[in-house]
Design a protein around this ligand. Structure first.
Ligand SMILES: Cc1cc2nc3c(=O)[nH]c(=O)nc-3n(C[C@H](O)[C@H](O)[C@H](O)COP(=O)(O)OP(=O)(O)OC[C@H]3O[C@@H](n4cnc5c(N)ncnc54)[C@H](O)[C@@H]3O)c2cc1C
Length: 113
């Protein structure tokens, strides 16, 4: 334990954000994750059929684009590329119809180049 200044339990978006902020101040941080893959609700897993990848809690991704904190991180340097579908949000109805929507960030926070 003395090798670390802080231990973060869980590697979801909140845990990783806390760990990054602590590490940015020069502190030695250990992140402990109970699952076999990192990311908590941010994970992408083969939940249904082979080859079909699902965002376990997909709202984390669109909200990540707008997050003032995430926007301070050089995530593109680590290989992250935001892909923008024509319909980022949709809700199916019982009659087979669906409603779609767009993700808009507060003015000035997000400019998609
Ligand atoms: C099915 C589903 C749908 C959701 N949809 C939305 C949505 O539409 N919009 C929205 O805003 N939010 C949604 N959420 C919530 C969103 O996923 C959370 O707000 C977000 O993931 C919280 O991040 P977190 O880091 O706090 O926790 P999590 O992402 O849950 O991560 C916690 C991590 O801690 C690990 N952990 C827990 N206990 C221990 C332990 N004792 N030791 C080690 N590791 C541990 C877990 O394995 C996990 O990886 C949804 C959640 C679920 C489950």
């Amino acid at each position: 334990m003395s090798r670390y200044d802080a231990v973060v339990v869980g590697s979801g978006p909140n845990g990783l954000a806390a760990a990054i902020v602590l590490a940015q101040t020069g502190r030695r941080v250990l992140v402990r994750e109970a699952q076999q893959t990192l990311g908590g609700g941010m994970r992408t897993l083969e939940l249904t059929l082979p080859g079909f990848m699902h965002d376990v809690c997909s709202a984390v991704h669109p909200l990540g684009i707008c997050s003032p904190f995430f926007r301070t991180l050089p995530v593109a340097e680590h290989g992250l590329e935001w892909v923008h579908p024509s319909a980022p949000l949709a809700h199916p109805f019982d009659d087979g119809a669906a409603a779609g929507g767009a993700v808009e960030c507060p003015a000035g926070l997000f400019h998609d180049g």
